[in-house]
Design a protein around this ligand. Structure first.
Ligand code: NAD
Ligand code: UGA
Length: 459
């Protein structure tokens, strides 16, 4: 089947960048990205490329090239579905916050709504592509809904999980390690494959059965998160033994069987997916009564929680066991550099812990807006939103955050923090001037030379 028109439901961190690159590389295919969220679509259509709803280096250039040519963003969901030969489902699949599986299972209500809407609208055969990360065997649910509620047209369901990481989404999409396609129908698989073959060498396009593809996505994230928790657990051991976690990571990473990536100790992993997908994997294992398997993967999350708590407690202990009324500067709020995404960011949990101790926090992040920071804190419901606003301030410059602060914590590894005038910062802070480096971004010798009391994870 030749694909002339694609619709993608969900214009978020995955749908937007992924479809932009597909459109850029396939100028002959019309790609329409739809979303219920009007302001999001408006932002995707903004003539000022700084206003795009997702910040990703290089995304603006891709959008500028394809938008209006063969890439469109609209809220007209039904029209886009009806016209499309292939429909990607790229909606959110958050952890359930209610009912059975609350706090663990993936909430599939948005996926089901998409399937029902496609079935309701479609008057011609379509290939349905799961782009969202979903529990293994979800394709069976989608297929069942399509077949039972559709208008008798044919649907083929494929799994095509996305492996991009935020902050590097464009290079990840333009030069992927692999593209994974799971499915049963060879012709449908081939149709999807041909879209990627416009720029991805065919040996990097893997096809498997549906369930292997769905499960591989959860497992890939679980393995990546496990590496971060593994090195973070060792960071604590380094701190009590005099070993240095960067040196240990380097030494073990030289073994090609281990490899050097994803061994950077930190204040803890964040992001919308690692924890969500691990919880989901644990839930699936438990639901099949695989208790040991579930407990094994759950430990990756417990170490991550421990790492965030440990960092906050280190700050309190170092500052003479009280942070009440003391100003602490936070450099960074996003869950990693080069993104404006704050979902599950370690900064939120470290701040919450310190606010419980009545600290005053001043946050600066180059890409995160003030309203997002308060939204993140209010969501935890640890205290009233008035109290969050009185204890925490969001400022526009690192120097403003640091002025008169007793301590400064680095929560996100933004490059610009490395190049700050650290002498100026030291001079403007209360003494002793504490720096807590949750990203191992700065040079200990330089900082100590300037007179800071410097703590970094894993040293
Ligand atoms: P997101 O929340 O940024 O975007 C999802 C969008 O879908 C929202 O804008 C929402 O309004 C829209 N939506 C929901 N239901 C809809 C409906 N019925 N009709 C139209 N629009 C609807 O989420 P995201 O970060 O893009 O993630 C999407 C999926 O991709 C998730 O399953 C996630 O696990 C997976 N994933 C995410 C990443 C990442 O880096 N964020 C990477 C790989 C995979
Ligand atoms: C991750 C995966 O890397 C992607 O392949 C996957 O597609 C995506 O999840 C998803 O499914 O959403 P992402 O969460 O965007 O991507 O970013 P990562 O680079 O994986 O970082 C996740 C967290 O781990 C960040 O908080 C980061 O700071 C932390 N991290 C990462 C470390 O602390 N140390 C490391 O060595 C690597």
């Amino acid at each position: 089947m030749e694909i002339k028109k694609i619709a993608c439901i969900g214009a978020g961190y995955v749908g937007g960048p992924t479809m932009s690159v597909i459109a850029q590389k396939n100028p002959h295919i019309q790609v329409t990205v739809v979303d219920l969220n009007e302001s999001r679509i408006e932002a995707w259509n903004s003539s000022d490329l700084e206003e795009l709803p997702v910040y990703e280096p290089g995304l603006d250039a891709v959008v500028a090239e394809a938008r209006g040519r063969n890439l469109f963003f609209t809220t007209e969901v039904e029209k886009a579905i009806e016209e499309a030969d292939m429909v990607f489902i790229s909606v959110n699949t958050p952890t359930k916050t209610y009912g059975k599986g609350k706090g663990q299972a993936a909430d599939l209500k948005f996926i089901e709504l998409c399937a029902r809407q496609i079935a309701d609208v479609a008057t011609s055969s379509k290939i349905i592509v799961e782009k969202s990360t979903i529990p293994v065997r979800t394709a069976a649910t989608i297929k069942s809904i399509l077949d039972h509620t559709g208008k008798g047209v044919q649907f083929h369901v494929l799994s095509n999980p996305e492996f991009l990481a935020e902050g590097t989404a464009i290079p990840d999409l333009q030069n992927p390690d692999r593209i994974l396609i799971g499915g049963e129908d060879e012709a449908a698989i081939q149709s999807l494959k041909s879209i990627y073959e416009a720029w991805v060498p065919s040996e990097r396009i893997i096809s498997t059965n549906l369930w292997s593809s769905e499960l591989s996505k959860l497992v890939a994230n679980a393995f990546l998160a496990q590496r971060v928790s593994s090195i973070n657990s060792i960071s604590e051991l380094c701190e009590v033994t005099g070993a240095n976690v960067d040196e240990v990571a380097h030494a073990i990473g030289q073994d090609t069987r281990i490899g050097s990536k994803f061994l950077k100790a930190s204040v803890g992993f964040g992001g919308s997916c690692f924890q969500k997908d691990l919880l989901n994997l644990v839930y699936i294992a438990r639901s099949y009564n695989l208790i040991e398997v579930a407990n094994y993967w759950e430990q990756v999350i417990l170490i991550n929680d421990h790492q965030k708590t440990r960092f906050a407690e280190k700050i309190i202990r170092s500052m003479y066991n009280t942070v009440n009324g003391k100003k602490i500067a936070f450099l960074g709020w996003a869950f990693k550099k080069n993104t404006n995404d704050t979902r599950e960011s370690a900064a939120i949990y470290v701040a919450d812990h310190l606010l419980d101790e009545q600290a005053n926090i001043a946050v600066y992040d180059p890409k995160v807006q003030e309203n997002q920071i308060f939204k993140d804190l209010d969501y935890l419901a640890s205290r009233s939103s008035e109290e969050n606003r009185s204890l925490l301030k969001v400022v526009n410059y690192s120097y403003e955050a640091a002025k008169d602060a007793h301590g400064l914590a680095i929560l996100t590894e933004w490059d610009e923090f490395k190049d700050l005038d650290w002498k100026r910062i030291k001079d403007s802070m209360k003494k002793p001037a504490f720096v807590f480096d949750g990203r191992k971004l700065l040079d200990r010798r330089k900082l100590e030379g300037l007179g800071f009391v410097y703590y970094a994870i894993g040293e």
